[in-house]
Design a protein around this ligand. Structure first.
Ligand code: PXP
Length: 252
């Protein structure tokens, strides 16, 4: 059986482009490009879900974007969020299908490194439980580090998203080392009963290398798809990526 990988499309960078010009006028009728329209375009291209991240500093997605996307785009919504009371509060009102807990610091350009679940067990567990009680399935974005995977399982996470940034930045022989870490992490996460996703730094050229990693359900991909959309449009960019995921082999 050939179970295609699901594609979650992260459209944060559509909002990044809008904010570059309209940071103080995101609600103006002139504010473009529109993340809601991007959500519809991604749907047309075959996206299986949408991911958005309302960051503490609101550098791209705004709260209003999240609520409009939830209301207007008929795709499962993955809400990426820092582990803060503010974001848990927003998630409980937004009611996304999934929440993915990520580390967040103001200085980073994008999400760098996975969540340190081991180092914040009680805080993370409390956020996981509050979200799950509201019917939201919870994922933890973690490095392919077996201790972090055990920690994620120990606090009842439904899913893990393996951080593929190190893999994406690896050169030469390091690529196989990073793939081996991802393989071991995926096996452990699956054996612990969690859904295993992956994301960060995946692009049109490196995605097929991840086929060596078993038990993957969904890849969350943003920057490369939004970049490609400048040339071919978002619907085509999503369709192209979706086609690349087709040959993913079924895991035993
Ligand atoms: N998954 C998570 C948890 C992320 O924070 C991000 C964005 O940094 C992505 C996936 C998408 O990464 P990229 O934009 O590099 O495809």
């Amino acid at each position: 059986m050939n179970m295609s990988l699901l594609l979650g499309v992260n459209i944060d960078h559509v909002a990044t482009l809008r904010q570059a010009r309209y940071a103080r006028m995101a609600n103006s009728p002139n504010a473009e490009p529109c993340p809601v329209t991007a959500g519809h375009d991604a749907l047309l291209g075959g996206a299986d879900s949408l991911t958005i991240h309302v960051r503490g500093d609101r550098r791209h997605m705004q709260d209003a974007d999240a609520f409009r996307i939830r209301a207007e785009v008929p795709l499962p919504l993955n809400f990426e969020m820092g582990v803060t009371d503010e974001m848990v509060g927003i998630a409980l009102r937004l009611k996304p299908d999934f929440a993915c807990l990520v580390p967040e610091s103001r200085e980073e350009i994008t999400t760098e490194g996975g969540l340190n679940v081991l180092g914040s067990l009680e805080k993370t567990r409390s956020a996981v439980v509050r979200l799950q009680e509201a019917g939201i399935r919870v994922s933890l974005f973690i490095d392919p580090d077996l201790r972090q995977i055990d920690a994620a399982a120990s606090i009842g996470a439904d899913m893990i998203e393996l951080h593929t940034g190190e893999f994406a930045n690896a050169l030469g022989g390091q690529v196989d080392e990073e793939l081996a870490r991802l393989v071991a992490a995926a096996k452990l996460g699956h054996a612990a009963g969690m859904q295993v996703n992956a994301g960060h730094g995946i692009n049109y050229l490196n995605v097929a290398q991840l086929f060596a990693v078993p038990h993957l359900t969904e890849l969350n991909i943003g920057h490369t798809i939004v970049s490609r959309s400048v040339r071919v449009g978002l619907t085509a960019a999503v369709r192209e990526m979706k086609a690349l995921l087709d040959p993913y082999p079924a895991s035993a």
